[in-house]
Design a protein around this ligand. Structure first.
Ligand code: SF4
Length: 438
């Protein structure tokens, strides 16, 4: 092992139930190793390295997460160190010791490519990621503490609450921002693009200064502190003014695409396209990842992008290759249009791999998809093995929540957004649920 790897590995990862690249946590089906991808991007060489490591040191199952990351399941006992070393050698680790957990910045998978965006915010994203890793104080943030940078893309996840969010305003020069919410919420103020990293740095430092040890998320702090007070404190620590004029306070980020991007999507760059595809229930095997890496090399720009819808995209595919490349994605075993019922279903690990699971949600989702194939309904359903709701950071239109005995409560999301929504049925078998949903 070279010195760089040694220095990254040297600090013992802090205790947490959340997996990381350096902290492999146990599950019923073996260890889980989570690889946080910078802006959801992966190069073909790195994809090959992950596929190889998944086969050699784990079960070969690679999960796509709802934060555009990847995780390996079934890490074998005794294989933890060589797995970590292989991933670090592929350049997938943090830039500095102790920074593995803090790399939580969600961006659009179409960042820099989306015709709807008035500016490319990639440089801001890079600066924020570097800042998060470089400042040791930020390494004490909860592994769940997360930021979102919305560049105004049509393709944007707008339903996941974040501790701090920034969203590009019309004109493409200012970012509105807010705390403990989503970019569709009312902004608190705005900053020019170039001042966004300084704003983030000051906001996180202020959070760490004000929060009690048990207040690990921004929403915990703001339960006892008005947002306006936080904002006033923040302003006092910045060398530039935070505009709070009506043009900012009355602006709302418009809702755009809300489901996984599938098929061929135009880019802002003429003649180039993004191809979207979804693996079955968020899981790839290593042979699929190897095939995707080769497809990215032969048809795209040698990169893959992962999305918060637990799907993936091949960027920068020339028009002449797009249709064939999409068919090749289908031949790899991915779903490429929403006529497939599985593209509307998400399911957590469930009882097959998680001790908290009250039902085998993955198997039940496959059974539900089989039943949906017999009709035309294509509902969006989240099957959750317990109330922790690991597979979805937002409330799905329909939720099947497992109950003891492997039966389900069925909920329908309501406009108020409270809880999982309205309880439609209290105890359904998966077949009874399928009857309701078809
Ligand atoms: S939602 Fe519950 S059952 Fe499903 S993976 Fe998370 S903890 Fe396990």
């Amino acid at each position: 092992m070279d010195d760089t790897l040694g220095s990254v590995l040297s600090p013992a990862p802090r205790p947490s139930a959340c997996p990381g690249l350096l902290r492999i946590v146990p599950a019923l089906d073996g260890g889980i190793c989570r690889i946080k991808l910078a802006c959801g991007c992966l190069e073909a060489d790195q994809a090959h390295a992950i596929g190889e490591a998944a086969s050699r040191h784990a079960s070969g199952v690679i999960e796509l997460t709802n934060r555009s990351n990847l995780q390996l399941r079934g890490v074998r006992t005794g294989h933890e160190a060589p797995l970590i070393a292989a991933l670090l050698a592929a350049g997938l680790g943090p830039s500095t010791p102790g920074a593995d957990d803090v790399r939580n910045l969600l961006v659009s998978p179409a960042m820099g490519l989306d015709a709807n965006s008035e500016a490319d915010v990639a440089a801001v994203a890079k600066a924020i990621l570097e800042l998060l890793q470089a400042r040791p104080a930020f390494h004490s943030l909860s592994p769940k503490f997360a930021l979102q940078l919305d560049g105004g893309e049509r393709l944007a996840m707008l339903d996941h609450p974040h501790d701090l969010w920034l969203a590009l305003m019309p004109g493409g020069t200012r970012l509105a921002f807010g705390l403990a919410g989503c970019p569709t919420d009312a902004p608190l103020a705005a900053v020019p693009l170039e001042q966004a990293p300084a704003l983030v740095e000051a906001a996180l430092a202020l959070f760490l200064e004000l929060a009690q040890p048990e207040q690990t998320r921004m929403r915990h702090l703001l339960a006892n502190l008005p947002k306006e007070t936080f904002l006033d404190c923040l302003q006092s620590q910045l060398a530039f003014a935070l505009p709070r004029d009506p043009a900012v306070l009355n602006w709302r980020r418009a809702r755009t695409m809300t489901t996984a991007p599938l098929g061929i999507l135009a880019q802002r760059q003429p003649g180039l396209f993004l191809l979207g595809a979804m693996p079955t229930l968020s899981r790839l095997d290593s042979s699929q990842l190897h095939a995707l890496a080769e497809l990215a090399r032969s048809r795209g720009d040698g990169t893959l992008r992962f999305t918060p819808w637990q799907s993936l995209m091949l960027p920068n595919v020339a028009q002449a290759h797009a249709a064939k490349a999409l068919r090749q994605l289908g031949m790899i075993g991915l779903h490429i249009d929403d006529s497939e019922p599985l593209t509307g279903l998400i399911a957590c690990t469930g009882s097959a791999g998680c001790a908290k699971g009250l039902a085998d949600t993955k198997a039940d989702a496959l059974r539900l998809a089989h039943r949906l194939h017999q009709g035309t309904a294509r509902p969006q359903v989240h099957l959750s093995g317990c109330p922790r709701s690991c597979a979805a950071a937002h409330v799905a239109p329909l939720t099947l929540l497992a109950r003891p005995g492997g039966r389900y409560q069925l909920y329908q999301r309501t406009a108020s957004g409270a809880g999982l929504g309205r309880l439609l049925a209290d105890s359904l078998s998966i077949d009874e649920a399928a009857d309701r949903l078809t």
